[in-house]
Design a protein around this ligand. Structure first.
Ligand code: SAH
Ligand code: TRP
Length: 370
């Protein structure tokens, strides 16, 4: 409704499948007892972490946000052209800045039957961002879902036309196999007319990549170390943040940035919530994030394997970043169709067998007499 109050236009569901304390314990135990220690990167995003991430996006060295926004500004009309109203579903939406470029175009062309569905683990950030959007766009409806997007999300509506969005090269933060599984799960939710807009950071010289994750103001360092505060708070641990240095480098063989916390002295930490004592040598690291950088070929291979077809690529003039518009592959739809048919045929056969068995006269079968 045109002038519905903002409370009528917003619904927030969840937290639905967000990490339980047991899962957090398991993840940290596994990560800190592995030979290369690691902490899953979704634990960056508490209130402080999300705040710091927004600061990262504004850093001069962090070109990703600027590039993606400039591509979006240039391509928003083309992207929204065929969207006849429906659900805009953004995964890992954070502060929901980038989606505004799409909403602005929709509003100009009075394409107002849009529901925005942000999905994020951070409830507070999701709520704040949603409220801001409601006041900026008086027609917009918002269904916020507080959930972990690496798990099954029950609440995603499927009845309307859908445009899925994953900005910020978040797909690069998944390992190769995890990325395929993640993308396949999205493909399963899509109908042939639905689309998926995927932001990817491309391979470029180390001289550009490394400063983007090693800013001179130390914001990325603070963001990285904050993950230890999360462990300290949730598991009653005593990691000294000053005993670690932020360490980010480009691994050209794997074509990925890696972020670590490197011990600058011998570490002895107590994690009471796990009943665990951790020691680390000076120089030993905890890996906290990877950020894979793509070539066109690698991106194409990942996309095909995940069951998508590329409709269009959008680049900035230097091809530093890209947005890819995807639909689900019809051969994949065929596979699903054939699978369904096979299952149905098996069920029919099984039914027939049961019927035949039921129709047989018991004594005949039981005594083997014909
Ligand atoms: N899309 C925004 C933010 C990217 S940062 C941009 O492009 O600038 C990644 C976002 O994903 C954060 O808001 C974080 O809270 C969220 N996030 C990280 N791991 C997640 C997970 N497993 N499930 C849901 N959201 C997650
Ligand atoms: N996906 C973005 C990237 O890889 C944002 C991001 C995730 C990030 N984790 C980060 C940025 C850690 C800096 C530090 O760049």
């Amino acid at each position: 409704m045109y002038n519905a109050s903002s409370t009528d236009r917003i619904e927030i569901v969840g937290p639905t499948n967000v990490t339980s304390m047991n899962e957090f314990r398991r993840d940290i135990l596994k990560g800190l007892t592995a030979s290369q220690k690691f902490i899953p990167s979704k634990y960056f995003y508490d209130a402080c972490g999300s705040n710091l991430f927004e600061k990262i996006c504004l850093l001069p060295e962090y070109y990703l946000t600027r590039m993606e926004l400039s591509i979006l500004k240039d391509s928003a009309s083309a992207i929204m052209e065929n969207f006849q109203g429906g659900d805009l579903i953004e995964l890992g939406s954070g502060a929901s800045w980038k989606v505004k470029t799409l909403l602005n175009v929709a509003y100009q062309s009075s394409l107002i039957d849009i529901r925005y569905i942000p999905i994020d683990v951070n409830e507070l950030v999701l709520k704040e961002a949603s409220k801001e959007l409601l006041s900026e766009y008086p027609h917009l409806k918002v269904l916020g879902i507080v959930a972990d997007f690496t798990k099954k999300i029950e609440k995603i509506p499927t009845e309307r036309e859908k445009l899925f969005i994953l900005f910020g090269s978040t797909i690069g933060n998944f390992h190769e196999k995890e990325a395929i599984t993640f993308l396949r799960n999205i493909a399963q939710l899509m109908e042939p007319n639905d689309r998926f807009l995927l932001g990817l950071d491309m391979v470029k010289p180390r001289e550009v990549l490394e400063p983007a994750y090693n800013d001179t103001q130390g914001v990325t360092s603070e963001f990285n170390k904050n993950i230890l505060s999360v462990v300290n708070r949730k598991l009653d641990a005593n990691f000294h943040l000053d005993h670690f240095d932020h360490y980010a480098f480009f691994d050209s063989e794997k074509s990925q940035m890696e972020m670590h916390l490197r011990a600058n002295c011998k570490i002895a930490a107590e994690i009471k919530g796990l009943n665990l004592h951790i020691t680390m040598e000076k120089g030993e690291t905890i890996r906290t994030e990877i950020s894979r950088k793509f070539t066109i070929r690698r991106a194409e291979a990942m996309i095909a394997e995940a069951g998508f077809v590329i409709k269009r690529w959008f680049f900035d003039p230097n091809q530093w970043f890209s947005l890819i518009e995807l639909t689900r592959s019809t051969s994949d739809l065929w596979k699903r169709h054939l699978n369904d048919q096979l299952t149905q045929r098996r069920a029919r056969k099984e039914n027939l067998r049961k019927c035949k068995f039921a129709n047989m006269k018991r004594p005949v079968r039981m005594h083997g007499k014909v």
